[in-house]
Write a protein that binds this ligand. Structure first.
Ligand code: ATP
Ligand code: MG
Length: 420
């Protein structure tokens, strides 16, 4: 029954996993608000062109990983593989370019046709932030500080390392690209097949290759450092100084280039060794050319995205929800009363599990299975006497408490004392 299997690379988030995901996204959202980043929600699909040119025709994402389709109206659409292009599209569509700086937080599903493995899925989820309209290094520093704060708040700040590099401004980048092309061309036949293709399209990406032969060739490649012009060098120094001032540790990684075409200046990744090969949990950079590339005005930007699945694997077990109170009616009069009592208790803030059917012992088993803190038993006899039986399920003690209509002040007092 192939139809009953989830699609390869997708997964159901059962309640425990969903709770972990929510812990990540809510922690991030709360931290983002402290920096003035408000939430934006854009569609999960866009016209294919929203992604294709900005991300780059020759990047892995666009060349190999996009889920694209033609809809019934003949429109070419793609599921979003990342959200920066979508956010910029939203800024342009909504005419927000006059009100900079713009600061956005997002959280939601992304889609890439990749080989699924631990920490790598075809539908995955990202948190992310974008800061548009600020050319100063301050923006890079704040955006990185926010990433670090979120990792700290999730309790994993000590288990990740911030790696940092610069790609310089477009002039520096072009000079470096030229140097790389001539170096790699001289060793073309030694490169992996993938990297031979990258050589024409996206030579910087070769530095990012996981192929053992490529890695050897990369170790002799010219370093970016020599090709940075003074402005780019100065900008990078400002970013590093700012991070130093905030006590944010980083490791310079001259091989860090990132997959997308639109990055300039700062690029960074928060990396852990805890997750095997899929060690990057949060990554981003500055993308000063992106807005104009997409048809908007010249507008600088910087941002990052974090993988919720990878972060969720690293955090401690989130606290479970409050233990419920089980209502256990026995007999018809009890059943009728149970519904009203359940509502009364919920209004008081208790989580209430209603035993829907079965005899007393079956309903008590159910109460144990949902880990109820207390049970409230309502038999016909009790209903006739206007009482209910309150049972502390941890201690096993029980006693009758009075009921006036469905008003149960004494019961509420006792439940509150249990902190159920
Ligand atoms: P990788 O090198 O692991 O493929 P990437 O450079 O393609 O990552 P980005 O586009 O920078 O990833 O996305 C930011 C973050 O989103 C990554 O650091 C990672 O945590 C997460 N991520 C990316 N792709 C996936 C995926 N297929 N499944 C799960 N998480 C992912
Ligand atoms: Mg990838």
């Amino acid at each position: 029954m192939a139809g009953l299997q989830p699609v390869r690379g997708t997964q159901d988030l059962l309640p425990d996993a969903a709770r972990r995901h929510r812990q990540v996204s809510e922690t991030a959202r709360a931290a983002a608000l402290l920096y003035g980043f408000d939430e934006i929600v854009t569609p999960i699909f866009e016209f294919t062109e929203v992604f294709a040119r900005p991300i780059g025709e020759h990047t892995d994402i666009v060349a190999k990983e996009m889920y694209s389709l033609e809809d019934r109206g003949g429109e070419r659409l793609s599921l979003r593989p990342e959200n920066t292009a979508g956010v910029v599209r939203a800024v342009l569509s909504n005419g927000l370019t006059q009100s900079t700086p713009l600061k956005f937080f997002y959280s939601g599903p992304m889609f890439r046709y990749e080989r699924p493995q631990k920490g790598r899925f075809r539908q995955f989820h990202q948190i992310g932030v974008e800061l548009l309209g600020v050319a100063q290094a301050q923006a890079d520093i704040e955006v990185i500080a926010l990433g670090q704060r979120i990792l700290n708040a999730l309790g994993i700040g000590e288990r990740v390392v911030l790696e940092l590099n610069t790609l310089g401004d477009p002039g520096s980048r072009a000079a470096y690209r030229g140097a790389l092309v001539s170096y790699f061309s001289s060793r073309r036949s030694e490169l992996s097949e993938d990297s031979q293709r990258r050589l024409d399209a996206n030579p910087l990406r070769i530095l990012d290759s996981k192929d053992a032969g490529d890695i050897r060739i990369n170790s002799d490649a010219p370093a970016f450092d020599q090709y940075l012009n003074d402005d780019s060098r100065d900008f990078f120094a400002q970013v590093r100084d700012g991070l130093d001032r905030l006590g944010i540790e980083f490791r310079l990684n001259p091989r860090l280039v990132r997959g997308l075409d639109y990055y300039t200046h700062s690029v960074f990744e928060f990396v852990t060794t805890d997750l095997g090969a899929q060690g990057t949990v949060l990554a981003g950079g500055r993308y000063d050319g992106l807005v104009s590339l997409m048809g908007g005005p010249e507008m600088p930007g910087v941002g990052w995205a974090g993988g919720i699945e990878r972060l969720a694997m690293m955090i401690a077990e989130p606290s479970t929800p409050k233990r419920p109170v089980a209502l256990v009616p026995v007999g018809e009069a009890g059943e009728a009363l149970a519904l009203t009592i359940a509502e009364t208790l919920r209004s008081e803030g208790f989580a209430v599990e209603l035993g829907y059917s079965g005899n007393l012992s079956r309903r008590m088993r159910r109460a144990n299975r949902v880990n109820a803190r207390a049970a409230v038993l309502i038999g016909d006899d009790e209903a006739a006497r206007n009482v209910v039986t309150f049972r502390d399920l941890d201690s096993g003690e029980q006693e009758e408490v009075p009921m006036v209509a469905s008003y149960l002040p004494e019961l509420v007092r006792r439940l509150k004392a249990l902190d159920a």
